[in-house]
Ligand binder design. Structure first.
Ligand SMILES: [Cu+2]
Length: 609
């Protein structure tokens, strides 16, 4: 256990302080003249809610104002968003605030002093913070206690409160991201201000955050796995900026035989906007990618990066997967409130065939069963999950937790896992009945007041696939920058591994000679982490380990369709390993791919047929 918690501390650690005195002046100027705060809603990495008055200590998403301030959100994004109270001062008037998914402007008035953090429920890393400060008191008022959306109330002095505050500053300032392309330690800049917290205590914000979480931490070393993988892995480096586009995002391919970045696909011809998640066709020739801040599914050739087509599917398309029996393509329409919220496309995504009624809106990362008969979705706004049965075109609704965001399914479809982002839990659901078998609390070993960690911990979980052999679930956790390994036999957490800032995407690929690698991406770091869930191949994942950490930046020789001009390798979200080796898909691979797999990899879960 001790080793595990060290891993987490390393991942969470960090230093800083650059623009501190500048920040102080900026904060005071803002609060002096500010009766109104305007956040532009944008598609710009880290600056999704962009204060029109400019940055404070590098963050574009913070404002300081007096009680009675009007806060306006003005729509400039290519898709819909919500403005929802993630945190508010406990008991504050008119809180919690929430809106529908919209491209239009929204506004509200904040009366009670304290810290307000707003989030988009569709893209839950879009953050804006307003500190409403009573000028009569010393220090900027964070309030006595804060309440989380659908969550607990904690003192502003608590570890949970300051950890969330720290996460806000990491996310909303691009310079606070982990740049593994540089030898410099990881600096986190905070505004150098005094804040008033629980019990009226006035403390210096950077001093508290640095004392609790460190700063100026050396980044862990990059290294290659000693055993190659099979094929290649694609990562949506969703924030990477290129020269011929106004919108961010590339798809990055890595050859897992050499562990070198082998291609960057930016698609300037269509101004590809925030490519989020990918899948491929049966022959592994095409890459389908969703544009999460837009309305399109894009198809390009895997080997050349050449654009094949760009199809309108709906607002904020989330994830894409194929059905193994038909090779049809399914895309969740994350932005829609309509019950017909999954689009079914013909094989190769040539055209939209129908909209499936899953009984709920706002699904995000769905999963398809090994036999093509079942699809499960996490429905972000309704704390539940739909189980869609293709043979009958009917659905069941299973309950889940707050902001369910991703799913992973057993290779025989017997049960599936839902990552509940805001609850920091996994719901284990029986697929046939929709019954909750267990709820795994990822924060059970964490004390939100003191911050003490007594075992594996995962906060704000995202992707959570089950390994192709059905042995483990690997969950990426964005708040704690940790990877949690769950044993599917007992549905208990058996291990925690360190991840990087904004830990997000996970997919399994084949390891050469047998076994699997889990490839893990991080939004606010330019790395791909390689996890071996069972290095000694004894069927027991207690020795699961990080066996590689690789840079996602292009080299001067990397084939590409546009020049990288900023945020190199950043924004890791969707991951796709080629060939797809999950049960059901692996059996359909072309012979040339099958030849490169072991007998067990070609038949990963023998009891399922
Ligand atoms: Cu959004």
């Amino acid at each position: 256990m001790k080793r595990n918690t060290t891993g987490l501390r390393i991942a969470l650690g960090g230093t800083l302080i650059i623009a501190a005195f500048v920040a102080n002046a900026a904060v005071e100027t803002q609060s002096a003249r500010n009766e109104r705060v305007e956040f532009m809603v944008t598609d710009e990495p880290g600056r999704w809610f962009k204060n029109t008055k400019g940055p404070v200590a590098g963050t574009y998403s913070l404002a300081v104002a007096k009680p009675g301030v009007e806060v306006k959100f003005t729509g400039h994004s290519h898709t819909v968003h919500t403005m929802t109270s993630l945190l508010h001062p406990t008991g504050a008037k008119g809180m919690p605030f929430d809106t529908r998914a919209t491209k239009k402007d929204e506004k509200l008035v904040l009366k009670t002093p304290g810290l307000y953090v707003f989030v988009c429920k569709i893209h839950p890393y879009m953050l804006a913070a307003v500190i409403v400060d009573d000028p009569a008191t010393k220090g900027l008022d964070l309030g006595e206690n804060i309440s989380l959306f659908h969550g607990p109330t904690v003192p502003t002095s608590s570890d949970l409160a300051t950890r969330l505050l720290r996460t806000f500053f990491v996310i909303t300032n691009q310079d606070n991201w982990q740049n593994f392309g540089s030898a410099a330690p990881w600096h986190i800049t905070y505004p150098d201000v005094d804040v008033r917290i629980t019990g009226g205590a006035v403390v210096n914000l950077p001093q508290v955050l640095n004392a609790r979480y460190g700063n100026n931490t050396p980044l862990p070393p990059l290294f290659k796995p000693s055993t190659p993988g099979v094929g290649e892995v694609w990562v949506n480096t969703q924030y990477e900026l290129t020269g011929k586009k106004t919108k961010p995002g590339t798809a990055t391919a890595m050859d897992v035989n050499t562990w070198k970045v082998s291609r960057k696909v930016a698609l300037p011809a269509i101004n590809m906007n925030n490519p989020h998640n990918m899948w491929t066709d049966r022959d592994q020739n095409l890459i389908f990618t969703s544009q999460w801040f837009d309305t399109r599914l894009t198809v390009f050739e895997r080997r050349t990066g050449r654009l094949v087509r760009d199809i309108e599917v709906g607002e904020a398309p989330g994830h894409v997967m194929t059905r193994v029996d038909t090779d049809q393509v399914h895309v969740t329409i994350n932005g829609t409130s309509k019950k017909h919220s999954v689009v079914e496309l013909s094989p190769l995504a040539e055209r939209v065939e129908r909209d499936l009624n899953i009984g709920r809106g706002h699904p995000h990362a769905h999963w398809m069963s090994h036999d093509g008969k079942t699809m499960v979705t996490p429905n972000m706004f309704t704390r539940d999950s739909s189980i869609y049965d293709f043979p009958t075109d009917t659905k069941k609704i299973a309950s889940a937790g707050a902001i369910p965001i991703a799913t992973g399914m057993m290779p025989d479809s017997s049960k599936y896992y839902v990552a509940n982002y805001l609850d920091s839990s996994l719901s284990v659901i029986e697929t046939a009945t929709g019954k909750t078998l267990k709820t795994i609390n990822l924060l059970a070993n964490y004390d939100p007041l003191s911050g003490a960690i007594s075992g594996p911990v995962g906060g704000l979980p995202i992707q959570t696939p089950v390994s192709p052999d059905g042995k483990v679930v690997i969950t990426a956790n964005t708040l704690t920058a940790s990877i949690v390994v769950t044993d599917t036999a007992t549905d208990t957490i058996i291990k925690m591994l360190p991840c990087d800032a904004g830990c997000h995407g996970v997919q399994f690929g084949a390891k050469q000679g047998g076994g699997y690698y889990a490839y893990v991406s991080s939004k606010f770091a330019n790395t791909l982490i390689v996890v071996d869930p069972d290095p000694n191949g004894d069927g027991n994942a207690s020795d699961a380990a990080v066996v590689g950490r690789l840079l996602l930046n292009a080299t001067p020789h990397t084939p590409r369709d546009d020049e990288i001009v900023g945020l190199a390798g950043m924004g890791g979200q969707g991951v796709l390993a080629i060939p797809v080796v999950y049960n059901g898909w692996v059996q359909n691979l072309p012979a040339a791919w099958k030849k490169r797999l072991t007998e067990n990899q070609r038949n990963p879960f023998p009891h399922s047929h």
